[in-house]
Write a protein that binds this ligand. Structure first.
Ligand code: ATP
Length: 285
């Protein structure tokens, strides 16, 4: 029996811009993505049972073919032309679900990497990203991680200079949002402001953490924030507590602030925890 546990890291968006919509319904985006220390643990075991099984520490997540981790295992076996010899996957979930942190995509990426290692298939990043893209636009990014510019539908990735050492405080308000519904609302109205993505790239090039913090911007925040006032409240509270910048991640609703150091971020967490129990102190990776 062979087994491997991988840490599947969440991502936050430093910037997110939606540029347009393709005839197939996908949206073209331009965004700067960043891995953070918040992670699920994904254990993949080749158990010789001849079938796929999935367990998850969160009882309400599906553990069948609709789970992205399950779909990733199927996609791996069909891509390499192998019959599943018996694969069991266990996900120890810490990343909030449907929260704008790519939780499902990062689980899928971890399963692809683990199976590639366990079977010794050495597919390489390019091939793994191809398989991953069929599962979701964020999966290629999750396979590579770090600080990246994502363009196209999110699959055209350019590695950027690593973000200088930084700390984030993430707050997940007590509701979820549907990414599809946010995109539909975006189609119905033009954003009134856009992120300074090129300025963000310059700040990263210069290793200018303050410059990064001052340029956090997400066009989807206007849409999700119009429906849920709490997003703006959380942003204000993070800034009151000393964040150098704050913004919603992905389609939300998780909203985070970046802090000058661990001590400042930890103090903000202590202050805000009574108001927002789902709060996470994370290191920028
Ligand atoms: P994105 O930012 O990529 O849209 P997200 O962080 O907003 O993702 P996820 O946590 O990936 O959202 O969950 C989105 C949906 O995917 C949920 O409705 C959930 O039921 C489903 N899902 C399927 N597999 C998983 C998984 N392994 N982990 C989390 N959610 C999953």
């Amino acid at each position: 029996m062979k087994e491997l546990t991988r840490e599947a890291y969440a991502k936050i968006n430093f910037t997110l811009d939606v540029l347009g919509r393709l005839p197939n319904g996908y949206h073209t985006v331009r965004m700067v993505m960043q891995s953070i220390s918040l992670h699920d643990d994904v254990t993949v075991r080749l158990d010789g049972s001849g079938k796929m099984t999935l367990r998850c520490s969160l009882p309400y997540l599906p553990v069948d073919h609709t789970n992205l981790a399950w779909r990733a295992a199927n996609a791996f076996y069909s891509a390499v032309g192998m019959r599943d010899p018996g694969t069991s996957v266990f996900i120890r979930k810490r990343i909030p679900v449907a929260a704008g942190l790519a939780g499902g995509s990062t689980n899928a990426a971890a399963v692809l990497r683990a199976l590639d290692t366990l079977h010794g298939t050495a597919l390489g990043d390019g091939r793994l990203c191809e398989i991953g893209l069929r599962l979701g636009a964020d999966v290629p990014y999750c396979l590579l991680g770090g600080t990246m510019l994502a363009e196209g539908i999110g699959e055209r990735l350019t590695r950027l200079p690593a973000c200088p050492e930084g700390w984030a405080v993430l707050i997940k308000p007590p509701f979820s949002v549907s990414t599809a519904a946010v995109y539909a609302a975006m189609d119905a109205s033009q954003p009134t402001a856009r992120p300074d993505t090129d300025g963000m790239l310059r700040a990263l090039d210069a290793g200018d953490y303050q410059g990064v913090c001052h340029r956090l911007y997400n066009v989807m925040e206007a849409v999700t924030g119009a429906k849920h006032r709490q997003i703006h409240e959380i942003r204000s509270r993070l800034l009151d507590c000393g964040a150098l910048g704050a913004v919603m991640s992905g389609s939300g609703p998780t909203t985070y602030g970046l802090f000058a150091g661990e001590a400042q971020a930890r103090a903000a967490c202590e202050t805000l925890k009574p108001e927002y129990p789902e709060i996470f102190l994370c290191k920028i990776l």
